[in-house]
Design a binder for this molecule. Structure first.
Ligand code: HEC
Ligand code: HEC
Length: 247
């Protein structure tokens, strides 16, 4: 038994180092799994409690836009939350196998989210330092996130275009302050000396970039609405306080 245990432990550590836990978990490194959008839509009903039916999140940025995010990024974030490489008590309960349905389930819900129409009008900042933000973005961020913050599916660089200012700023602060373990080292290098105001100017600029649909987007607005009702608010509170109700 001890042998098996230590073998497993070794395997886990090695996999963690090589990133193959992520690959094994999402199960589709060979591209053999075909997403089922109907099944993904069903799973997404639970996610919609916070990210809303249209995947546009909340304007204040407490819940991010996920509609139209690159599939590779969505999968990596789900795996990182699950392994607490990205600490977030709100998202954590929704990343287990039971909720997501294993590798196929992850494939399904990811494909469903990735094809949702993007948010053309995310929450914005005060607009006072847009020129500074624009300059810094071009100098320090565009190399990875793209000139229009469109991200990169193959390189797993998140799409930032169309994201809420509040969420962008929160992530920038958390990444700078070492509170997001899955942060990219090259990115950290760029932002480590920046104060909150500088980060705010960049986040503000990103939130004003014209939002265009990702190339892969095929499905147009299907009448999904993200209207927040008092009822949804209550559900969100409950979901953040106790075990999720998954029916
Ligand atoms: C109880 C509320 C809640 C529910 C339900 C929820 N999420 Fe989230 N989600 C959040 C919050 C809050 C964040 C932002 C976390 C942070 O600030 O680090 C987030 C972040 C994410 C991100 C990362 C976004 C990014 O840009 O990096 C993904 C992907 C995501 N959620 C997918 C899902 C999926 C898929 C489901 C359903 C299986 C789901 N969420 C259910 C609250 C929720
Ligand atoms: C060397 C490449 C690189 C550079 C340069 C870079 N980033 Fe990133 N950034 C990444 C990667 C990779 C991630 C995703 C990390 C992860 O969670 O796996 C990321 C994540 C982010 C996130 C969180 C996105 C989300 O959806 O949660 C924000 C916001 C962000 N970057 C903004 C910036 C800004 C602003 C700059 C410039 C000051 C910048 N980045 C520079 C690679 C880079």
């Amino acid at each position: 038994m001890i042998k098996i245990k230590s073998f497993l432990y070794l395997f886990f550590c090695m996999s963690a180092l090589t990133g193959s836990v992520f690959a094994a978990e999402t199960g589709n490194e060979t591209g053999t799994l075909k997403p089922n959008l109907q099944a993904g839509k069903k799973t997404y009903e639970l996610c919609a409690t916070c990210h809303y039916a249209n995947g546009w999140g909340k304007e204040d940025g407490s819940f991010p836009v996920i509609a139209g995010q690159h599939a590779s990024v969505i999968k990596k974030q789900l795996a990182d939350f699950r392994h607490r490489d990205r600490e977030n008590p709100t998202m954590f309960p929704f990343t287990d196998n039971e909720t997501l349905g294993g590798a196929q389930g992850i494939e399904d819900v990811t494909a469903y989210i990735a094809q949702l129409p993007v948010n053309p009008s995310p929450g914005k900042g005060d607009g006072k330092k847009l020129e500074q933000g624009k300059k810094l973005f071009a100098e320090k961020c565009a190399v990875c996130h793209g000139a229009q913050a469109e991200g990169n599916e193959a390189a797993i660089f998140p799409r930032l275009q169309g994201q809420h200012y509040g969420y962008l700023l929160r992530q920038l602060k958390w990444i700078r302050d070492g509170l997001r373990k899955n942060a990219n080292a090259g990115m950290l290098e760029q932002i480590k000396g920046m104060d909150d105001e500088t980060l705010a100017s960049i986040a503000d600029y990103i939130s004003t970039i014209e939002v265009v649909a990702p190339v892969s987007e095929t499905v147009k607005s299907s009448g999904a609405d993200g209207v927040s009702t008092p009822d949804t608010e209550k559900k969100v509170e409950a979901a953040t306080e106790e075990e999720p109700d998954c029916d």
